[in-house]
Design a protein around this ligand. Structure first.
Ligand SMILES: *Cc1c(COP(=O)(O)O)cnc(C)c1O
Length: 345
């Protein structure tokens, strides 16, 4: 079975497990885990921020940042397909008592005017717009990369209006490998950022948030409230350090695999892929033209040996990652061609 449902499916390699087993550890609630501290310093440095904080998941990272930036009753602007809106179980409402104001982007990228118009005027009966969330790469937009100049100008619109800016950079590493920009060049335009170690980087657990010293101190307080104060977490942080050493540059291979896959599968009659979004490791396939629902296609592909996920009623999603080879991806594409042209029988 070739599994392209998600880049979260990767399993820690023997060498990564060895690094985890050998990690020097301490009690991180006391701030005394040397491996966690090393990871936090390393990521802060990579992102060009004063401080960083190791957290259990990308969702925890985003939600901690929203909590730290906002007060109850505030409004947060996010893209209509943003992870913070779509996949975080209404966490912003549940944990921070804020509402999300959706703005539609193009392939995940905002137009400056749309953001400007979404910022509420300072009138007492309006919600207070406090925060803008950006996502790079954009998951539901098929892994599309935010061009740096567009990113900078949108962040400027928000900052000029007195908003804070948060980057959901779960796949910021992919965005940078695809665009050639550095993580710090994106992060220079935001007040906080969350990055995942457990997606394409292949670590089993963990994300890191980064920002100013004061911001991270406040976020640490909320992390404890949210139940995220972990003890000998260096075992996990060691996997993150290993991933940063070994698994960043190789993301280019995943991107090449996704493009090769999309080129073949996009040629199937009835399957539409917006090739302009295939910039990193995600491929969204619109199967509406086949007259058969995406869920049914996912089941037929799985029966034939390829697992892809259903992104919506009419779309499938395939994600390349370090546990699938060029050969696997070629085979997967061929199986999909066969399934779609024979109807899966
Ligand atoms: C995966 C993901 C997250 C966080 O996910 P967790 O499963 O909570 O680690 C956040 N944002 C985006 C864009 C993601 O793809």
């Amino acid at each position: 079975m070739i599994d392209l449902r998600s880049d979260t499916l990767t399993r820690p390699s023997p060498a990564m497990r060895q690094a985890m087993a050998a990690a020097e550890v301490g009690d991180d609630v006391f701030g005394e885990d040397p491996t966690v501290n090393r990871l936090q310093d390393r990521v802060a440095d990579l992102l060009g921020k004063e401080r960083a904080l190791f957290v259990a998941s990308g969702t925890m990272g985003n939600q901690l940042c929203i909590k730290t930036h906002t007060r109850a009753g505030d409004e947060v602007i996010a893209e209509a397909g943003a992870h913070v809106f779509f996949y975080e179980t209404a966490g912003a409402a549940f944990l921070s008592s804020v509402q999300i104001h959706q703005v539609h982007g193009t392939r995940g990228v905002f137009a400056a005017d749309d953001v400007r118009q979404a910022i509420r005027p300072d009138i007492y009966y309006m919600p207070r717009t406090r925060l803008l969330c950006l996502e790079n790469t954009h998951n539901r937009a098929g892994g599309a990369v935010y061009p740096l100049d567009a990113f900078a100008s949108i962040a400027r619109v928000a900052h000029d209006a007195g908003l804070r800016v948060h980057l959901d950079g779960a796949r910021l590493w992919n965005a940078c490998v695809a665009s050639g920009e550095t993580p710090a060049s994106y992060c220079a335009h935001v007040d906080s950022v969350s990055v995942c170690l457990s997606k394409g980087l292949g670590a089993p657990v963990g994300s890191v948030i980064a920002g100013s010293r004061d911001f991270i101190e406040e976020a640490r307080h909320y992390r404890k409230i949210f139940g995220g104060g972990m003890r000998q977490a260096g075992i996990l942080a060691a996997a993150g350090l290993y991933a940063l050493d070994h698994n960043v540059d190789r993301l280019a291979e995943d991107h090449a695999h996704a493009l090769a896959f999309a080129t073949v599968v996009g040629g199937i009659p009835g399957v539409v892929i917006d090739m302009a979004t295939v910039q990193s490791n995600i491929v969204i396939m619109d199967t509406a033209g086949t007259g058969i629902g995406a869920g049914e296609w996912a089941a037929r592909c799985a029966a034939a040996g390829v697992r892809v996920s259903q992104a919506s009623e009419r779309t499938l999603r395939a994600v390349t990652h370090l546990d699938v080879s060029a050969e696997d991806v070629r085979t997967a594409a061929q199986i999909m061609v066969r399934v779609f042209t024979s109807g899966g029988r």
